[in-house]
Design a protein around this ligand. Structure first.
Ligand SMILES: CC(C)(COP(=O)(O)OP(=O)(O)OC[C@H]1O[C@@H](n2cnc3c(N)ncnc32)[C@H](O)[C@@H]1OP(=O)(O)O)[C@@H](O)C(=O)NCCC(=O)NCCS
Length: 156
């Protein structure tokens, strides 16, 4: 089984990416802002599609020799099937061809599943922003900054 197709995101995907974003996170992004991200020349944006349905996306932005993952999500029923890892592999190969040395992500420490995903794919904690999330309770609202050093990364 090969699973859903992975391909670069295009402008026309924005409404379906925004819909999956809204299902995955508390703060909904509208299709316009997703489309603007996809369109920017510095973006590295990927979708996983199955039977015409977007079941995963990864939105990243490249700047100089770094990249940042702005958002990544996989449809609930498709999680833990390797899709997140596959999308990250596409970002890695795009970045390594663009002279990028490291990929960063900011993640809520309390999101144990997301932190475990980054840890499993080679990211390491390199900073902490205390009480960063105002919509989370005190004591569970720190953000971790995690970094993946591309030169040291195995294929995720
Ligand atoms: C985080 C997310 C994108 C991971 O995508 P995924 O397709 O489920 O991840 P994968 O199947 O590629 O997992 C790769 C490895 O990461 C680790 N991992 C992933 N999710 C995990 C979880 N919930 N708990 C523990 N480990 C996890 C495992 O080691 C896994 O390998 P295994 O399944 O062989 O054990 C997905 O869980 C998601 O959409 N979460 C909601 C949105 C979110 O939190 N995004 C990140 C915000 S910063």
């Amino acid at each position: 089984m090969t699973g859903p197709d992975l391909r670069p995101a295009v402008m026309g995907d924005a409404p379906r990416i925004a819909a999956l974003h809204a299902l995955s996170f508390g703060d909904a992004w509208n299709a316009g802002s997703v489309g603007a991200l996809v369109e920017t020349p510095q973006s590295s944006a990927w979708v996983a599609e199955e039977d015409g349905r977007i079941v995963g996306f990864l939105l990243a932005r490249k700047a100089a020799d770094e990249a940042e993952i702005l958002s990544i999500a996989v449809a609930k029923e498709m999680r833990r099937t390797g899709l997140g890892r596959r999308m990250l592999a596409h970002l890695l190969s795009d970045c390594s061809g663009s002279g990028i040395a490291a990929i960063f992500i900011e993640v809520a420490e309390a999101d144990a599943g997301a932190v475990a995903f980054y840890d499993a794919t080679g990211f390491r904690v390199c900073g902490r922003r205390r009480a960063y999330y105002r919509d989370r309770p005190p004591g569970a609202n720190d953000a971790l900054l995690m970094r993946l050093d591309i030169a040291a990364a195995d294929a995720p």
